[in-house]
Write a protein that binds this ligand. Structure first.
Ligand code: PBG
Length: 305
C-alpha cells in the first residue's frame, strides 16, 4: 500500500539483434540468454515477447557486408527493414522501434561519415535521415537515433514529415555517454570502432550539465521520448532529465550492465532474479518511465508469476 515505485512488463522494451543468417537463433557469447535472430524467424520471437506483456522491441541489424558509407543501414532490403515488415505482418499489438545508427554498417565502425580520420557531423545527418525514413517506410512505429550527431532529431523529423510519416515517433538517445559498458554489445554487433574512439560524439562521463543541454536540444528539435544511456552509473542524470523535461524518459540498461549480472550469477555469487528486480526498480525510482533491458523477457516472466 505504501510502495512508491512499480515495475511491470509494461515498462520494458526488449532489444533484438537481427541477422541475414538462416536457420536457428544463435546465442550471443558476450550476452548469454540473448540471440542473433535470423530475419525469417524473428517475428516468432517478437510474438512471444508481446505475449509476455512487453509492449515494445528495439531492433538492431547485423548486415551481411559493411562499407565506408554504411549503405546497409538505409538499404530497401536491409536486414532491419525486412525484420520490421516481417514483425508488422505477423504481430499485432507490439510497438516496433528501430535503432538508427551507422556503426553496425560502416567498415570503420564509426557512427558517422569519416573523412581524413575525422567523423563529420553534418554530412552524417543526411544518411541518418535516410536510414530513419527507410525504417519508417517499412513500418517502424518509432525510430531511435543512437549516433549522437548534433541536429539529427531535426533532420529526421523533417525528413519523416516531408514524406507524410507524421505519426512516426522519435525516441532520442539524447544523453549517451562514451562508456565502457557497451563492450558486450560491440562484440555482438561487430561495431567496435576500427580506429580511435567515440569520445568526440558521445558524452564525457564526468558531465552533468551537458546531459541536460543535449536533452533540451532534442526536445526543441522534436523528439518524443528522451533517453539516458547507460543507466546504472547515471542514475542522477536520469533523475535530472526526468525533472527537466515533460516528455517520457527512457533509460538503457546496457549490455555491460547485463553482462556483469550474468557473469556474477554464473559464478554463483548473487541471486540473479532478485538483483535484476532491484536494479530495474532503482532505474524506475530514478525517474525512467521505460527501460530498455536485455533482462526484459526473464523479468517479465517473473513479474507475471
Ligand atoms: C549504436 C549503439 C550502441 C549501443 C546501442 N546503439 C553501441 C555504441 O554506441 O557503441 C549500445 C547498447 C548496449 O551496450 O547495450 N551506436
Amino acid at each position: 500500500m505504501v510502495r512508491e515505485t512499480s515495475l511491470s512488463p509494461r515498462n520494458l522494451i526488449y532489444p533484438l539483434f537481427v541477422t541475414y543468417a538462416s536457420g536457428e537463433p544463435r546465442e550471443i557469447g558476450s550476452m548469454p540468454g540473448n540471440y542473433h535472430w535470423p530475419v525469417d524467424v524473428v517475428a516468432r520471437e517478437a510474438a512471444s515477447v508481446a505475449e509476455l506483456g512487453i509492449p515494445a522491441v528495439l531492433l538492431f541489424g547485423i548486415p551481411e557486408a559493411k562499407d565506408a558509407a554504411g549503405s546497409g543501414a538505409y538499404a530497401e532490403e536491409g536486414v532491419v527493414q525486412r525484420a520490421v515488415r516481417a514483425i508488422k505482418r505477423e504481430v499485432t499489438d507490439l510497438v516496433v522501434i528501430t535503432d538508427v545508427c551507422l556503426c553496425e554498417y560502416t567498415s570503420h565502425g564509426h557512427c558517422g561519415v569519416v573523412r581524413d580520420g575525422r567523423v563529420l557531423n553534418d554530412p552524417t545527418l543526411e544518411l541518418l535521415a535516410k536510414t530513419a525514413l527507410s525504417h519508417a517506410r517499412a513500418g517502424a512505429d518509432i525510430v531511435a537515433p543512437s549516433d549522437m550527431m548534433d541536429g539529427r532529431i531535426r533532420a529526421i523529423r523533417s525528413a519523416l514529415d516531408h514524406e507524410g510519416l507524421t505519426d512516426t515517433l522519435i525516441l532520442s538517445y539524447a544523453a549517451k555517454y562514451a562508456s565502457a559498458f557497451y563492450g558486450p554489445f560491440r562484440e555482438a554487433a561487430g561495431s567496435a570502432p576500427q580506429f580511435g574512439d567515440r569520445n568526440a560524439y558521445q558524452m564525457d562521463p564526468a558531465n552533468r550539465r551537458e546531459a541536460l543541454k543535449e536533452a533540451l536540444e532534442d526536445v526543441a528539435e522534436g523528439a518524443d521520448i528522451i533517453m539516458v544511456k547507460p543507466a546504472l552509473a547515471y542514475m542522477d542524470i536520469i533523475r535530472e532529465v526526468r525533472e527537466a523535461v515533460l516528455l517520457p524518459v527512457a533509460a538503457y540498461n546496457v549490455s555491460g550492465e547485463y553482462a556483469m549480472v550474468k557473469a556474477a550469477a554464473a559464478a554463483g555469487w548473487i541471486d540473479e532474479a532478485r538483483m535484476v528486480e532491484e536494479i530495474l526498480t532503482g532505474i524506475r525510482r530514478a525517474g525512467a518511465d521505460m527501460i530498455l533491458t536485455y533482462h526484459a523477457r526473464d523479468i517479465a516472466r517473473r513479474l507475471r508469476g
